[in-house]
Ligand binder design. Structure first.
Ligand code: HEC
Length: 151
């Protein structure tokens, strides 16, 4: 790397354009009960990073963002389900199935009645995981690419 040269102008690389823009979001979520602004891209980098780690530690053996593994692909999750549902589900999915939550029963049946484990995660941690999932979901729909791991 030769940065000593004082040739001005020529050497300055354009900063890489940020690929994910709000404009590229598919549909602005019709907003569930909770927050109107689910996640502007990059809004909460810290939560996304925490969610990344939590996802890898707890969820990745059964879930990917864009493909079915053992459980469903989670892309676009917060546009399907409100955060309150997601939180309750992750904490105890079988309770929701047992209580006859319509969506829970449907997805449980769809996945051969395979029970997802219950997790002792805090609401905050689950939100972080959702933030991570959403950050990846937008990225993919923006570029249409597979497995973009831009950092
Ligand atoms: C042992 C495998 C396994 C692990 C680990 C797991 N899941 Fe699941 N998950 C499933 C299965 C299977 C389903 C489908 C529903 C069912 O069969 O109960 C599911 C369904 C879901 C759903 C509903 C999906 C949808 O499209 O509506 C969400 C949300 C979810 N999981 C989130 C998570 C999160 C977050 C974690 C980590 C904290 C996690 N799961 C860990 C197996 C797993």
């Amino acid at each position: 790397m030769v940065f000593g040269l004082s040739v001005s102008g020529l050497l300055e690389p354009e900063p890489a354009p940020v690929k994910v823009t709000l404009a590229s979001k598919p549909d602005e979520p019709a907003t569930g009960p909770a927050s109107p602004h689910q996640l502007p891209a990059g809004a909460d980098a810290e939560a996304v990073a925490a969610g990344d780690a939590l996802f890898k530690a707890n969820c990745a053996q059964c879930h990917a963002i864009n493909e079915v593994v053992v459980g469903p692909a989670l892309a676009g999750l917060s546009r399907r389900r409100p955060i309150s549902w997601i939180t309750a589900w992750v904490k105890n999915s079988s309770k929701m199935v047992a209580h006859g939550d319509e969506y829970a029963v449907k997805i449980f049946n769809q996945y051969q009645k395979q029970q997802m484990p219950s997790f002792q995660l805090s609401d905050q941690e689950i939100k972080a995981i959702v933030a991570y999932i959403e950050s990846r979901s937008y990225q993919v729909s923006a570029s249409g690419a597979t497995g973009v791991a831009a950092l």
